[in-house]
Design a protein around this ligand. Structure first.
Ligand code: 1CP
Length: 348
């Protein structure tokens, strides 16, 4: 094994500018790949896929084999945390996740971390197998949802447009809602420590719905829990870098960086490149932020925008990624085109 410090993605996370930049894509394993759809069909349910190490390893490796990305992200889901805590999650075909909602402090009684690590043992086994199976130059990223985003699913009972029930609870009973956030925060920190023990080399925290909160609520439900998780991880694993993804945070990206102590931020599609280069990149490594719609479109639009991102952010510590997950209709050949553009980019 080479020293892990020689992996390009880890070097970027430690603050080096690398040409061409390391690249991976959010949701790089998934339904846009025919080989994923085959395994998914065999697995039956989506959670069965997440909880069967053999299959979860296979779908994690598929995009690495096909494209040679610089990182593999563990194949799992952010909703294994509620599932592990005793709030079962179901994935119904075409409908997204479903949970029996928790809407008040009485509902918290069903949650317990006692059996969580037993339920999630297959995920740790997947990480262990991946750390053996991956090519030496590929970094293994572990992940979890951040507490606010996971809590929205627990309270709404699934996906939501406006997060009305969650926001109402957080406003009418911040103490009770804060207990839910505390439970998820502690469970997530534990869960991520186990992923690191099993071989995860970097961690990404997905706060996909951070952007719906005004600044005071963002402080309390995004920054504070993210900061607590980062500090719990750093206490035990000071050398494992953490990437935060407070999607939609806008100008609050700056405060998020300053107050959570993340090593890197993943930029959503709306973050202006020059602003990120001036205001964020001097403080942390930035990752992002190609619009998944541009990847779907391919062609000249993809070439133009991918080059623009590399030209603006590639001089500092930078990881090429999307601003959100791959759209399932994306032609796989567009992903190959993107990698050609980026990996040829040192010649420009
Ligand atoms: O049937 C299928 O194949 C389901 C599609 C799918 C996939 C491929 C789901 C259901 N989850 C995943 C895997 C997944 N999810 C990964 C690992 C794969 C990879 O990145 O290569 C990761 C990191 C996630 C994270 C995740 N799950 C997030 C955060 C990132 C984001 O996209 O904002 C969220 C919000 C979820 C919840 C979730 N999982 C799946 C669905 C349909 C949803 C709901 C999304 C929504 O509410 O809009």
């Amino acid at each position: 094994m080479p020293k892990s410090g020689q992996k390009s993605l880890l070097r970027a996370l430690r603050g080096e500018a690398i040409t061409p930049p390391p690249v991976w894509l959010m949701r790089q394993a998934g339904r846009y790949l025919p080989e994923y759809r085959d395994v998914r069909r065999k697995a039956g349910g989506f959670l069965e896929l997440c909880y069967t190490p053999e299959m979860a390893v296979e779908v994690t490796l598929q995009p690495i084999r096909r494209y040679g990305f610089d990182a593999a992200i563990l194949f799992s889901d952010i909703l294994v945390i509620p599932d592990g805590l005793g709030q079962p999650v179901r994935f119904e075909e075409g409908e997204g996740p479903k949970l029996d909602p928790i809407r008040d402090t009485a509902g918290l009684a069903q949650l317990s971390d006692e059996r969580m690590h037993d339920r999630l043992a297959p995920v740790y086994e997947t990480v262990r197998r991946l750390s053996q199976a991956l090519p030496q130059e590929v970094t293994l990223i572990g992940f979890a949802g951040a507490p606010w985003t996971v809590a929205t699913y627990m309270v709404e009972g699934g996906s939501s447009r406006d997060f009305a029930v969650t926001r109402a609870w957080s406003l009418s009973d911040p103490e009770g809602f804060g207990r839910l956030i505390d439970i998820v925060t502690a469970a997530t920190a534990d869960y991520l420590c186990r992923q690191i023990e099993a071989g995860a080399e970097a961690i990404q925290l997905f706060d996909s719905w951070a952007g719906v909160l005004p600044d005071d609520a963002f402080q309390r439900w995004v920054i504070e829990p993210n900061a607590r998780i980062v500090s719990a991880l750093k206490e035990r694993f000071p050398d494992i870098p953490v990437i935060g993804f407070p999607r939609g945070a806008g100008v609050l990206y700056e405060r998020y960086i300053e107050q959570t102590a993340v090593d890197a931020v993943s930029l959503d599609t709306t973050v202006p490149l020059s602003w990120a280069a001036e205001r964020l990149q001097p403080k942390v490594t930035v990752q992002g932020n190609l619009d998944p719609q541009v990847l779907l479109a391919g062609g000249a639009a993809l070439e133009h925008r991918a080059r623009e991102i590399v030209a603006t952010l590639g001089h500092g510590p930078f990881i090429f990624n999307l601003g959100h997950g791959i759209i399932k209709e994306t032609p796989p050949e567009n992903v190959a085109q993107l990698l050609d553009i980026i990996r040829g980019s040192e010649k420009n």
